[in-house]
Ligand binder design. Structure first.
Ligand code: KE4
Length: 419
């Protein structure tokens, strides 16, 4: 496998060292092949909001698999998951299941171009929407880490149909839409960015996107692959009370199995084959085992009274504890948090966009990452990712993590003084 991995960010390229190979997960913990245990704040990059191997999810997966793993035909459980998604996302009138967030975004963009008859797509610097050809420009996640503007292999003709604007710059967005809005098929955004590290929307940013798209008859697509069922059941659109035309989902709705979903306004979605002419398909779309894992995850959350508030409170006590330590050791650190997702930026000032995230110190993040790994705490192996807290993380894990950070910073300081 190129780089020894099936997805670049796992290779530890930006933090150095060899990636740990994980053998199993249980609750808030993962165990590597050498038997080391880590408190996991990657949570498979977001899906495992209940923690690893949650009994309800495992039971649902087992029961579903016993009845066969895939039929290539409609099955009741895909409707059950669809209904749960629709009840959490009132903006979604019709939806289609796919197998990844990339596929959801790629399909939503094709639909938007067909519906509007326009070609241009607007995205924002540092947002990552999967690896389809036209969305890699100035993207977040692994693209930002590699400090590459896009990717070889994407023809200029494809890349040229995407305009990338600064995230959280209302003025630049309004200026662009005034000039070119009528050419834009869609504006796609991570309503709370998670792929340049966590960056919440500036006041008025999402509202400006909604208003300008409405005025120019451009479709507004919320990429809620991370934020859907993460920030609240209804994601960022529920939190900020903004109704997009299309929404992309993934991660949590599959409970750790491969899944994606896109949906939205009926008049747009009805253009999708076989009802309409826009083609989109998938052998394993709506796969019963993945659907069952998603249904079990969402139903399990809904049974936990105060789940999201507890998750947010736990995360806040973690980030407050970390921030206190960074202050004590006089490291210039900003921690951005949205609910149960957060990022530690080794940067002095506020981190509100791509440029202010990009200057966060790579070496310091790498040192902190490895010291924490050594102490049995697994953060994302990149400074441009979100860390996630799950329902399985108890006060004990939070406390252990803060204590481990104290030792980590002590070690970092000692090594700096020795140099
Ligand atoms: P997938 O194709 O990886 O399922 O989803 C793509 C995607 C779309 N939209 C958003 C907002 C996303 O965060 C993602 C994928 N997230 C990355 C982590 N930042 C996945 C991890 C990886 O690439 O290995």
């Amino acid at each position: 496998m190129p780089g020894g991995v099936n997805s670049p960010v796992r290779a530890f390229k930006s933090v150095g060292g060899e990636p740990v190979f994980i053998e199993r997960g249980e609750g808030p913990y993962i165990y590597d092949v050498d038997g080391n245990r880590y408190i996991d704040y990657v949570c498979s990059w977001g899906p495992l909001i209940l923690g690893h191997a949650h009994p309800d999810v495992i039971k649902a997966v087992r029961n579903s698999a016993m009845r066969g793993t895939s039929f290539g035909a409609p099955c009741p459980v895909e409707l059950e998951l669809g209904e749960l998604i629709k009840s959490a996302f009132p903006s979604i009138e019709l939806l289609r299941m796919v197998n990844s967030g990339t596929e959801a975004v790629m399909s939503a963009v094709r639909l938007a171009r067909a519906f509007t008859g326009r070609k241009l797509i607007v995205k924002f610097q540092g947002c990552y929407h999967g690896h389809s050809d036209f969305l890699l420009g100035k993207s977040g996640s692994g693209i930002m880490e590699g400090d590459i503007p896009g990717s070889p292999g994407v023809p200029a003709e494809a890349a040229g149909l995407t305009v990338t604007l600064p995230y959280n710059s209302v003025d630049k967005f309004i200026d662009f839409m005034a000039e070119k809005g009528e050419d834009a098929a869609a504006v796609i955004v991570e309503p709370v960015a998670g792929n340049m590290g966590v960056i919440p929307p500036a006041r008025g940013f999402l509202e400006a996107l909604r208003t300008e798209c409405y005025l120019k008859r451009t479709l507004l697509i919320f990429d809620e692959v991370i934020t859907g069922f993460r920030l609240t059941p209804g994601g960022a659109q529920q939190l900020y009370d903004i109704r997009p035309d299309l929404t992309c989902l993934g991660k949590i709705i599959g409970g750790g199995l491969p899944v994606g979903c896109f949906g939205g306004r009926r008049d747009i979605m009805e253009m999708l084959a076989p009802q309409g002419p826009v083609y989109q398909a998938g052998t394993l779309s709506g796969n019963p085992v993945a659907m069952s894992a998603g249904v079990a995850t969402i139903k399990s959350i809904s049974r936990l009274h105060g789940f999201y508030k507890d998750l947010s409170d736990k995360t806040k006590s973690l980030t407050d504890g970390l921030l206190e330590l960074f202050r004590q050791y006089e490291y210039n650190v900003t921690i951005n948090r949205a609910g149960s997702m957060f990022t530690v930026f080794f940067a002095g000032g506020p981190v509100t966009d791509y440029d202010s995230a990009a200057v966060s110190d790579k070496e310091l993040y790498s040192s902190f990452f490895h010291e924490m790994l050594e102490a049995g705490v697994y953060f994302g192996p990149s400074r441009f990712e979100a860390a996630f807290v799950s329902g399985a993380h108890s006060g004990g894990e939070i406390e252990f993590t803060v204590q481990a950070a104290g030792i980590a910073l002590e070690n970092m300081r000692r090594k700096e003084e020795a140099e």
